[in-house]
Structures are given as structure tokens and as C-alpha cells.
Design a binder for this molecule. Structure first.
Ligand code: CTP
Ligand SMILES: C[C@](O)(CO)[C@H](O)COP(=O)(O)O
Length: 221
């Protein structure tokens, strides 16, 4: 069986409001993205790595690799307008069958235990989607001035890795893009496949705002 990981890093990080996109910012003297690639490279499944980047930033990435002596083998693919298009571009680079994990470049604290569980469960069940239970209370906005409580026991917060038999993901990504496709599970579910949740990790948060980067700097080893 062949194992792959697509690390999506084609976004512009608008919510972070930094000049350099968040995936290139330094965490313990190394770009966020390098920590993420190393997490997958060091997992038991040793996946082949596919890195999706904004086409305009490929030479910048090459410079960063030289500067940080980063020589981990990986294939670089140009991203697209939305995360959906970036994943699809990465997927098109793979011709074989096997098991594929899709992971946000900006979740560098993902553990080897979670990565290994994701590959193993997807191999057995077709897919595996990391998720955690909300620890805050949750309310639904009804209007600008009105809201109502939601039963949080019926909700989970979805993370990556989202891991699939490649054929399942290929079938799903033949669909046209829809704004509700905010992750890979939503695309695969729309194609008619059952989604299998696995236990995610609280530390596997998505670096989105400045405070997330500060917390990641504190936690990363
Ligand atoms: N066209 C896009 C958009 C997003 N991503 C990637 O998808 C992951 C999750 O997206 P998000 O955290 O929303 O990143 P950005 O889109 O960069 O952030 P923002 O929404 O704040 O602009 C990130 O690793 C991001 O680089 C991507 O590969 N291609
Ligand atoms: C894929 C994801 O990280 C799962 O939580 C999330 O859906 C990405 O959403 P964003 O709109 O790209 O931040």
C-alpha cells in the first residue's frame, strides 16, 4: 500500500494580517510549514509528501529551504483560488492508488499518534476525519440581536488530517466547487460516502490569528 500526504499551504492568511503568509512565519526559528512536513515525514507511515503552494511563492519557498538546510524530499504543486482547488491540484499529481492524508500546513502541532491513527482508520474504513468536542457552550445566531442555545453534545469541531482511500477522494473531487465545501469531508460526504470521525487533539489547532502563533511557539518542541 502506498501512503501520501498533501500539505495545503496555498492560502494568503488574511486573518493573521502579516506581510508574510502565516505558513512561512517562524516557529522556534523554523517556518511553520517545515514543522508540519516533518511531522508527517517522521510518522510511522512515511508518506510521500506533496506540498501545495501559491505559484508566486515557489521561489520564495526554495530560498527558505536553502536558508534552513531543509532537504526533506517533497513534490511542490501550484495551488488554486480556494482550499478546494488547492487540494484538487495536489490530488491530480498522484496517479496511483493508496491512502492519502490532507492536512493544513498551519496545523504544525499534529502528533505522530494522530497521523498514524488517521492512516490506519482510513485504510480500514475508507476515510478518517479528526475532530474534537467543543468545550465552550455554543449558541446559534437567529438575527443581529437574538440567539439560542445549541446542544453541544451533538457537535464536533473538525480538524485535519482528513484521510481517505485515494479513489474515494478522486470521485469526490470531480464535483464542481461549492462554498459549503470548507473541508475535504464535506466534499466526500456530498459524493455519497459515510464520514468516519476519529479523535482529534486540542493542540492540533489551526494557526489563524496572532495569538495562535504565540501559543504554538510556546508548545512546539
Ligand atoms: N486557496 C487556498 C486557501 C487555503 N489553503 C490552505 O488551507 C489551509 C487552511 O486554510 P486557512 O487557515 O483558512 O488559511 P488561509 O486561507 O491562508 O487564511 P485566511 O482564511 O485567514 O486568509 C491553510 O494551510 C492554507 O494555506 C490553500 O492551500 N489554498
Ligand atoms: C479544513 C479545516 O481546517 C477543518 O477545520 C477548515 O475547514 C479550514 O477552513 P478555512 O475556511 O480554510 O479556515
Amino acid at each position: 500500500m502506498k501512503y501520501y500526504a498533501i500539505i495545503v499551504a496555498g492560502g494568503s492568511g488574511t486573518r493573521m494580517q502579516t506581510t508574510i503568509a502565516k505558513q512561512f512565519l517562524l516557529l522556534k526559528n523554523k517556518p511553520v510549514l517545515m514543522h508540519t512536513l516533518l511531522a508527517f515525514a517522521n510518522s510511522s507511515y512515511k508518506p510521500q509528501l506533496i506540498l501545495v503552494l501559491n505559484a508566486n511563492l515557489v521561489s520564495y519557498w526554495d530560498e527558505l529551504c536553502l536558508k534552513h538546510n531543509f532537504d526533506l524530499p517533497h513534490l511542490v504543486i501550484a495551488g488554486g483560488d480556494q482550499r478546494f482547488h488547492s487540494v484538487r491540484n495536489g490530488l491530480m499529481a498522484i496517479k496511483d492508488d493508496g491512502i492519502i492524508a490532507i492536512h493544513d500546513a498551519v496545523r504544525p502541532l499534529v502528533s505522530h499518534k494522530l497521523i498514524d491513527n488517521a492512516y490506519q482508520t482510513a485504510q480500514e474504513l475508507g476515510n478518517a476525519i479528526a475532530a474534537i468536542k467543543p468545550s465552550d457552550s455554543v449558541r446559534k445566531l437567529l438575527s443581529k440581536t437574538n440567539s439560542e442555545i445549541v446542544n453541544r453534545d451533538e457537535l464536533v469541531l473538525v480538524q485535519t488530517p482528513q484521510t481517505f482511500h485515494i479513489n474515494q477522494l478522486r470521485t469526490a473531487y470531480q464535483q464542481h466547487y461549492e462554498p459549503t465545501f470548507t473541508d475535504d469531508a464535506s466534499v466526500v460526504e456530498r459524493a455519497g460516502f459515510k464520514i468516519n470521525l476519529i479523535e482529534g487533539e486540542r493542540n492540533n489547532f489551526k494557526i489563524t490569528y496572532q495569538e495562535d502563533l504565540e501559543l504554538a511557539n510556546f508548545l512546539i518542541k
